[in-house]
Design a protein around this ligand. Structure first.
Ligand code: GZL
Length: 329
């Protein structure tokens, strides 16, 4: 049974949402088939890939929400973090005449043409997770997280923790050109302005554990464990890779090098409980119900908001220990 986005919010309960902007539902070419009386609504979902634990949880949430039981036929594509492949997957959805398209865009730029093609074909597009730089009239709605706020919360912790102490920081950036990498960097920089935290190096680890480990190995070769006081990782998977590198170099993560990260996936929260990470800002991946609700409303011609932000929270080591066994991802 397909739920509207408001029904989804009620269902999810604890997920606090703030809605911004407004748009009328496109109606779409198929307009949701017979309106839910039994026909499945065909939806194309262009996922980034499978780069992190966060992505796995997001994919699972989307596949559960867009199930046949809920009235959907989901055509799923994972683009292996390749922006060109992702755009080509969306073009394939258009040529197959799907009724709606959902995208988790790998990078912000390069979407104008294919979104215009979807619009010309009368196929509404819903964005989930990351955002695009294309004009907002080219998509019906977006649901995700406030990445800049996540960066601010991580930076505020670092400013509080290190304040006026001269601190040498290295940064593991997310995928180059992605909204979370851009916005988390901007938010963190704003929050540490005026402190004695100095960024001595910053490089992308592409949101992957291997990427984080390789880049951190390079930082450690260049500066040594003693030359680095703080690591800011744009996601837990890169932080976990960096932990391996720090330990291999004879350092103690969480002590010799403090670590602040974003996501709060299970392995990241475990490292936080174990004292290897010092602070984590959550980035909720469970967006499936909300995205499915938006597709249902847009195909029904309902007016939906242009933007839905899902609220995040933060965790210290003590807070993680109290909740880790009860978290859904
Ligand atoms: C954020 C999401 C990011 C996660 C990473 O919403 O796009 O991509 O922080 C994931 O773990 O790879």
């Amino acid at each position: 049974m397909r739920r509207s986005v408001l029904g989804s919010i009620a269902l999810i309960g604890a997920v606090a949402l703030t809605a911004v902007g407004c748009a009328s539902g496109g109606g779409g070419a198929g307009a949701g088939g017979d309106g839910g009386g039994g026909e499945l609504v065909t939806v194309g979902f262009a996922q980034t890939g499978s780069e992190s634990g966060w992505r796995s949880a997001n994919t699972e949430s989307m596949q559960e929400a867009f199930s046949e039981e809920n009235g959907f036929e989901l055509i799923f594509n994972a683009a292996d973090n390749d922006p060109a492949a992702q755009i080509s997957a969306v073009r394939d959805f258009i040529s197959r005449g799907v009724e709606a398209i959902v995208i988790a865009p790998i990078v912000e730029d390069g979407w104008d043409d294919v979104l215009q093609e979807a619009s010309d074909a009368g196929i509404p597009v819903i964005l989930e997770d990351r955002t695009v730089s294309a004009p907002e009239d080219l998509y019906a709605s977006w649901v995700g997280l406030d990445f800049k706020k996540e960066g601010v919360m991580a930076g505020e912790w670092a400013a509080e923790e290190f304040g006026d102490t001269p601190t040498k920081m290295v940064v593991l950036e997310g995928t180059t050109g992605s909204a979370p990498a851009n916005d988390r960097a901007e938010g963190f920089a704003e929050a540490i302005e005026g402190t004695a935290i100095e960024t001595i190096d910053s490089q992308t680890g592409d949101f992957t554990r291997d990427g984080g480990k390789t880049v951190m190995e390079g930082f450690l070769q260049k500066y040594g464990v003693d030359g680095i006081d703080l690591l800011y990782a744009h996601n837990d998977d890169m932080a976990l890779g960096a932990i391996e590198a720090i330990e291999a170099a004879g350092g103690v993560p969480g002590e010799d090098i403090k670590i602040v990260s974003i996501d709060a996936v299970k392995d990241g929260m475990q490292a936080l409980v174990d004292g290897k990470i010092n602070f984590i800002v959550e980035c909720n991946p469970l967006l499936g119900e909300l995205a499915a609700g938006l597709v249902t409303d847009v195909l029904a011609g309902e007016t939906v908001e242009k933007t839905y932000y899902v609220e995040d929270q933060t965790f210290t080591q003590e807070q993680a220990a109290a909740v880790i066994d009860s978290r859904p991802y």
